[in-house]
Design a binder for this molecule. Structure first.
Ligand code: AMP
Ligand code: TRP
Length: 325
């Protein structure tokens, strides 16, 4: 069975963009693939995190996976730092990654601008750690949002480079990016992606947002000129809202456009708010019913399974490069 690997950083506020761009695709993949889903806590450290909040967020991301339907009977769910081989392989890959290719990473450039006071080495080599996550498990496919495509391409380049230098070792992974929802845009600014680090909370709908707040955010979302509810390049805001509606309600955009034809933006937003609220209520009920102890048990079992695979691969890598005498 093909191997799938993906992860989300435990940096609070998992939003509708993360769900529609990434996690939603994981749910379908888990039926016919060998899936590994990780809470990438080492990545989160590249931006300063308060320890007690990070600890809570790690559990919350794992709970979010479960509440959205990631099934521990089908998929391995674990926390990155529980399997030390990730950091070990990252170091080895650092020695074949070029500073020039890391300087070109858009996310690094953005984050370096956002966190001028803390442009640390971890932030710079973040994509190398991500490559280690992926390559450690002989991953075939990496389901992510559009913004992570460049990082998966770097993982491919590093796999090819390593294989060339030391002989066939790593599977060369493919990014798996959805046609719809791969780039959910900000509600307050449809020219930028929805982001948990946005300046205003009106940018995103967090999965744990109070439903009243979520409703307000939808009603206040930026719209385009005109009044017709229609998707298209001339209507970026409406296209974004229609995409969210369509994916959450599992209905084609055309059908939603027809339903709101001649009814204006206000009516459409009320409809969308209902779809969003229904989704959040269902999610939050499931989320709140998962006990911390239950998640911890699942994560421990997941780490044990992941470790077995990781140890085998790191042995192979060490042999290839001359570290095992
Ligand atoms: P992060 O929150 O950066 O750890 O991202 C987790 C996953 O969500 C990654 O696969 C991202 O590509 C995806 N993602 C983040 N923001 C968006 C967005 N606005 N639209 C679609 N996917 C997104
Ligand atoms: N960098 C990804 C993000 O910001 C998270 C991530 C880390 C990841 N390691 C990964 C995603 C491996 C897929 C595969 O969203």
């Amino acid at each position: 069975m093909p191997r799938i690997f993906s992860g989300v950083q435990p940096t609070n506020n998992i939003h509708v963009g993360n769900y529609l761009g990434a996690i939603r695709n994981w749910l379908e993949l888990q039926t016919s693939n060998d899936c590994i889903f990780c809470v990438v806590d080492l990545h989160a450290l590249t931006v300063y995190q308060k320890p007690e909040i990070l600890r809570q967020n790690i559990l919350n991301v794992a709970k979010t996976y479960l509440a959205l339907g990631v099934d521990p009977k089908k998929s391995i769910i674990f926390v990155q730092s529980d399997v030390k081989e990730h950091a070990e392989l990252a170091w080895i890959l650092n020695t074949i990654a070029k500073t020039g290719e890391l300087e070109r990473m858009t996310q690094f450039k953005d984050k370096a601008k956002q966190h001028k006071e803390n442009i640390n080495l971890g932030l710079f080599s973040y994509p190398v750690l991500m490559a280690a996550d992926i390559l450690l498990y002989d991953t075939d496919g990496v389901p992510v949002g559009e913004d992570q495509k460049q990082h998966v391409e770097l993982a491919r380049d590093l796999a090819l480079r390593f294989n060339h230098l030391y002989g066939e070792t790593f599977v060369v992974p493919q990014p798996l990016i959805n046609r719809n929802g791969a780039r959910v845009m900000g509600l307050d600014d449809p020219s930028k992606k929805m982001s948990k680090s946005a300046a205003s909370s009106f940018n995103y709908i967090a999965l744990l947002d109070d439903v009243k707040v979520a409703e307000k955010k939808i009603m206040r979302a930026v719209t385009d000129s005109g009044s017709e509810v229609k998707a298209g390049i001339e209507k970026p805001a409406l296209t974004n809202l229609l995409t969210i509606y369509s994916l959450l309600a599992d209905r084609p955009i055309k059908e939603i456009e027809a339903e709101y034809s001649g009814r204006g933006y206000g009516d459409f937003k009320k409809g969308l708010a209902k779809v969003v609220v229904d989704f959040l209520v269902d999610f939050q009920t499931k989320f709140n019913n998962i006990a911390d102890a239950e998640v911890k048990k699942i994560l421990d079992a997941g780490a044990a399974q992941a470790r077995k695979l990781a140890i085998g691969k790191i042995q192979e890598v060490k042999e290839k490069i001359g570290l095992l005498i």
